[in-house]
Design a protein around this ligand. Structure first.
Ligand code: SAM
Length: 333
C-alpha cells in the first residue's frame, strides 16, 4: 500500500471506515466505526445530563470521516439538543473519500449528510433538525496543534475564545506511538483549558502516558466501561484483554459508580481500577513532550524514550506480569 493512500475498510458492524497507509493504522477498531463512535464517545458523553433545548459546544480532534461528530449529532438531536462543533483535521481526503462511498452515505440521516457535505465543500455547515433547532459545525484544517491555539485565541473561533466553554472534547487521533503530536502533555493541557468545569474529554485511549498527562493538566479521570455483553465480531482473546474502552477526563468530578445495580444497564464510566492506577506509576506513564508545539513525531518519541530510560518509575513489564496482561492488546504501551 502506498504511504499516503487511504483504503476503504468495513468493520464488524458493517459501517464504513478507512485504513491510513501514512500512519499504518485503521481509522477505527475492528468493532466498526459506528459502534465504536457510540460506545467510546456518544455513550460516555451521557447526553441525558443535559435538558432538551440546550446547545453543547463540542471539539472533535481528528475529525477524519466525521463519524464521531455525526453519531453524536444524531443522538443529540434525538434528545432535542443542538451542537456547535469545531473539528480539527490535518487532511481533507478522509471526509472526501467517505462521502464518495454509498455505504458511508447510507449510514446517516439526510440532515447529517448535508452537514458533512457542507463541511467538505465550505469548511462550515448547519444542520436544521425537525424540531426547528439548528446545529452548526466548522472545520479548522491543518495541524491540530495550531487548531487548538486558534480555538483558545479570542479572535480565533468565530470571534470568541473557547476557554472553559466546551461541553465535550472528542480526542480520536491515531495511537500515541503513530501520532504522538496529538497526545503530548502540552497538547492535552491545551485541550483541558477548553473544558467547562463539568465538561468532558473523551478518548478511546487508555495509555498510561495519556492518562498521567491529563491528570497533570488538572483533570480527574474515569475509565470507559467496556459493554456487557461484549461487542459481537471481535475475537474472544481480544475481548478478554480489553480492560477499558478508553478514558473520560474532566475538571470536575466524574460520576463513576463501581458497583452498578444488578439488572440495570451498567453506567458508562467507572473509577480506575487498582490495576489501572498502578499503571500510572510505571514508566509507561512518562508523558510525550512537545514544548515548542512543532516537534516531529520522531523527535517526540526519541525524547520520551530518553526520559523513560532515566526515570525511576516502576517497570511496565513487571506491572503486566503482576496483572496477567502478557500478550494483551497493547493498550498498556
Ligand atoms: C483515527 S482517525 C479519526 C477518525 C475520526 N474521528 C472519525 O470518526 O472518522 C485520526 C485522524 O487524525 C488526523 N490527524 C493526524 N495527524 C493530525 C494532526 N497533526 N492534526 C490534526 N489531525 C491529524 C488524521 O488525518 C485522521 O483523520
Amino acid at each position: 500500500m502506498v504511504a499516503g493512500e487511504l483504503r476503504p475498510q468495513i468493520g464488524a458492524d458493517g459501517s464504513f471506515s478507512l485504513f491510513s497507509g501514512r500512519f499504518g493504522e485503521g481509522f477505527h477498531g475492528p468493532i466498526g466505526a459506528l459502534r465504536e463512535a457510540r460506545a467510546k464517545f456518544v455513550r460516555p458523553a451521557q447526553l441525558e445530563r443535559f435538558p432538551a433545548g440546550q446547545s453543547l459546544v463540542v471539539v472533535d480532534v481528528g475529525f477524519g470521516l466525521g463519524t464521531n461528530s455525526a453519531a453524536l449529532l444524531e443522538a443529540a438531536q434525538a434528545r432535542g439538543l443542538t451542537l456547535q462543533i469545531w473539528g480539527l483535521e490535518l487532511d481533507p481526503a478522509p471526509l472526501r473519500q467517505a462521502l464518495e462511498a454509498p455505504g458511508f452515505r447510507r449510514q446517516w440521516q439526510v440532515g447529517t449528510l448535508r452537514l458533512l457535505e457542507g463541511l467538505q465543500r465550505d469548511g462550515r455547515a448547519t444542520a436544521p433538525s425537525p424540531s426547528g433547532l439548528t446545529s452548526r459545525a466548522s472545520l479548522l484544517w491543518g495541524d491540530g496543534r495550531q487548531g487548538v491555539g486558534t480555538l483558545l485565541d479570542p479572535d480565533g473561533a468565530g470571534g470568541q475564545a473557547l476557554d472553559a466553554r466546551c461541553d465535550l472534547v472528542l480526542l480520536d487521533a491515531f495511537s500515541p506511538q503513530r501520532c504522538p503530536e496529538l497526545w503530548t502533555l502540552e497538547f492535552l493541557g491545551a485541550l483541558a483549558r477548553l473544558l467547562k468545569p463539568d465538561g468532558r474529554l473523551l478518548t478511546y485511549c487508555c495509555a498510561a502516558a495519556v492518562r498521567r498527562s491529563l491528570q497533570l493538566a488538572g483533570l480527574s479521570l474515569a475509565s470507559i466501561r467496556p459493554p456487557t455483553p461484549p461487542e459481537p465480531g471481535v475475537g474472544a482473546g481480544r475481548q478478554r484483554a480489553a480492560w477499558s474502552y478508553g478514558t473520560a477526563a474532566s475538571p470536575g468530578p466524574l460520576p463513576a459508580d463501581p458497583r452498578p445495580d444488578p439488572g440495570a444497564e451498567p453506567p458508562p464510566l467507572t473509577p480506575l481500577s487498582a490495576m489501572e492506577m498502578e499503571h500510572l506509576a510505571t514508566r509507561a506513564a512518562e508523558p510525550y513532550r512537545d514544548p515548542s508545539g512543532q516537534a516531529s513525531a520522531r523527535e517526540i518519541l526519541v525524547a520520551r524514550q530518553r526520559a523513560q530510560a532515566a526515570s525511576g518509575a516502576g517497570s511496565t513489564s513487571a506491572w503486566r506480569r503482576r496483572w496477567g496482561l502478557e500478550g494483551g492488546t497493547g493498550q498498556a504501551a
